[in-house]
Design a protein around this ligand. Sequence first.
Ligand SMILES: [Zn+2]
Length: 67
Amino acid sequence: MAVIEICDICKKQIHTSDGIIIKYSDMAGFGFNENDRPIRKERNHEARICNNCISKIKKCCRKKSIF
Ligand SMILES: [Zn+2]
């Protein structure tokens, strides 16, 4: 049985052995602190990126030298 996932950039179906999974987080979550006051909370995400998109990103980074 083939396990299929979706690339988070191009939205194509890819095999789980293709590409990488990146973990990232932002502070757009919402929660309450110990005094019941609303606070921003860290949210954790996982994204799968296929090999095709990885090579595109690498090309782009080399051109613009952002990283
Ligand atoms: Zn992709």
